[in-house]
Design a protein around this ligand. Structure first.
Ligand code: SAM
Ligand code: SF4
Length: 492
């Protein structure tokens, strides 16, 4: 239950949101009826149309919502196998064979909202409330950096104690910490929607990507699961979170949907329309897309009653079709998924993933416990260490990347998209992945990962020489030698 202070904060915020929405001129870009119509039309097997669409996707031209819906409604297994192969091809064409790694860090589980599926919701009396102090944040970050993490996703509930001030202070605390090679170079944020003045503060604090998940694009479902009189109840306030962020100057913004709340095909199209709306207004769509599947959470049996849980087979389709439809967007797969599924699904077009994940508040500092349900939003399935995960990636031929160069070189927003669309981002991603992976091998890796990793680095450096440029490969070798002598944070 919420206290009087929380109630007052919530009501003030609701009033301000109401006033803001009266002045919002943007048009709702989610047409529920149209999407329902698109996803309910059975697709006739038209081989010529299918190969035309596969050809279009292979040329990295993306797919329209209509084309996406047509493919989504195809039932034929062989067509899907071809789509999976195409998704892998497109991912490699755009980003190369690298996977960017990050860790989520939950700083507060206090929340005034009451989302029916979430462990942090205000009516869940099983949750032990906690807002990390500056000292506690430092402890979490020390554990994360001591194993090699360089990129964090800071996550917060919506609450007066974790308001914009708290978020900005916590980001500054994280960036201020450096001990030898241990440091966080990019802090992304997953938090509630904000006003433009608040977003400007986030920008000034040096935020990487700002993420807000719409949860579901289906309005009636949205209203049902985010009860009235909560801040999160306003669909429109949330829908334009990223537009406001772009207006405030944050040009790396990210969208997402929580799969399992409504029909999965509807959410896929919702995400595509969302990305298109931003592209139209700002010339740049979403930096990344997340598509978490609903997981069990303490104190709610919501998942048991959901009619829309997504099977593994359908989830593979979600990943592949997004890679084809919005080829320049980073796709994130999280530790909600099992190790086995992650290993397989990553091939379908994933470009980023978390590793060594703990999601309890203060969870990294309590390393003896993998799960602390009374401090967790939901339950994750992949609790392997960063080191074990990296070994698996390397075994499968991927270069793990801790690269943060784009954002620190100002390659964000339109500038980033310009480079990606010219097909050049992989010529930066692979070299930067090699350099940051070398740092990891020297500073944090086990002996077996070092052997495997160094072999991979030699192979990929040769690959750069053969496929991109000799000069680039030469510079990589020079940088690797400098890293070997103790220099850090070299990038292209
Ligand atoms: N509280 C902020 C908000 O809702 O905007 C920040 C996000 S919340 C801490 C992070 C995300 O976790 C949510 O947007 C939601 O998609 C996801 N989430 C919540 N409950 C979940 C569950 N039971 N299973 C999987 N993901 C869940
Ligand atoms: Fe709060 Fe976010 Fe959980 Fe909703 S999903 S209850 S807003 S933490």
């Amino acid at each position: 239950m919420i206290t009087e202070t929380e109630m007052k904060w919530k009501q003030d915020r609701l009033k301000k949101i109401g006033q803001y929405l009266e002045s919002e001129k943007r048009e709702d870009f989610i047409d529920d009826e149209k999407i329902e119509d698109l996803i309910s039309r059975p697709s006739r097997m038209d081989k010529k149309r299918i190969s035309g669409l596969i050809e279009k996707a292979r040329s990295i031209k993306g797919l329209t919502p209509e084309e996406t819906a047509y493919l989504l409604n195809i039932e034929d297994k062989d067509v899907w196998e071809e789509l999976f192969r195409t998704a892998r091809f497109v991912k490699n064409e755009v980003y190369g064979n690298r996977i960017v790694l990050f860790a989520p860090v939950y700083l507060s589980n206090l929340c005034v909202n009451n989302c029916l599926y979430c462990g942090f919701r205000s009516t869940n009396s099983s949750m032990v409330p906690q807002n990390l102090s500056t000292e506690e944040i430092r402890k979490e970050v020390e554990v994360l950096t001591s194993v090699g993490h360089k990129r964090l996703l800071a996550v917060y509930g919506e609450h007066p104690k974790s308001d914009i001030r708290y978020i900005v202070d916590s980001i500054r605390t994280i960036y201020s910490m450096k001990k030898g090679p241990d440091e966080i170079r990019r802090v992304n944020v997953n938090a509630a929607p904000f006003f433009i003045d608040e977003l400007k503060e986030l920008k000034a604090a040096g935020i990487g990507t700002y993420q807000v998940f719409q949860e579901t694009y289906h309005k009636a479902t949205y209203q049902k699961i985010h009860p009235g009189e909560t801040v999160k109840n306003s669909y429109a306030w949330r829908l334009f979170s990223q537009h406001r962020a772009q207006e405030a100057g944050i040009d790396d913004v990210a969208i997402g949907a929580l799969f399992g709340l409504y029909k999965w095909k509807f959410e896929v199209l919702g995400l595509i329309y969302h990305a298109m709306s931003m592209e139209k207004e700002f010339g740049v769509g979403s930096h990344t897309i997340s598509f978490p599947r609903l997981e069990p959470a303490l104190g709610t049996d919501f998942i048991k009653h959901s009619e829309h849980l997504v099977s593994d087979d359908d989830f593979r389709k979600v990943i592949a079709i997004l890679r084809l439809a919005v080829p320049y967007t980073g796709l994130i797969l999280t530790a909600r998924e099992t190790p086995e599924f992650r290993r397989e699904a990553i091939r379908l077009g994933i470009s980023q993933t978390d590793a060594g994940t703990r999601i309890a508040i203060g969870g990294y500092s309590q390393s003896e416990k993998v799960h602390i349900p009374e401090k967790e939003q939901f339950r994750i399935a992949d609790t392997r260490s960063l080191e074990d995960y990296i070994y698996e990636l390397a075994e499968d031929g991927y270069i793990p990347s801790f690269c943060t160069a784009d954002y620190r070189c100002g390659r964000t927003g339109c500038e980033f998209m310009g480079i990606v669309k010219a097909g050049k981002i992989k010529t930066l991603c692979i070299p930067n992945a090699i350099l940051t992976f070398k740092e990891y091998l020297l500073d944090y890796a086990s002996a077996r990962t070092k052997i495997l990793g160094d072999k991979l680095i030699r192979e990929y450096t040769e690959f750069v020489g053969k496929n991109y440029s000799d000069t680039m490969a030469k510079t990589i070798r020079e940088y690797l030698a400098r890293i070997g002598k103790g220099e850090r944070d070299l990038y292209f």
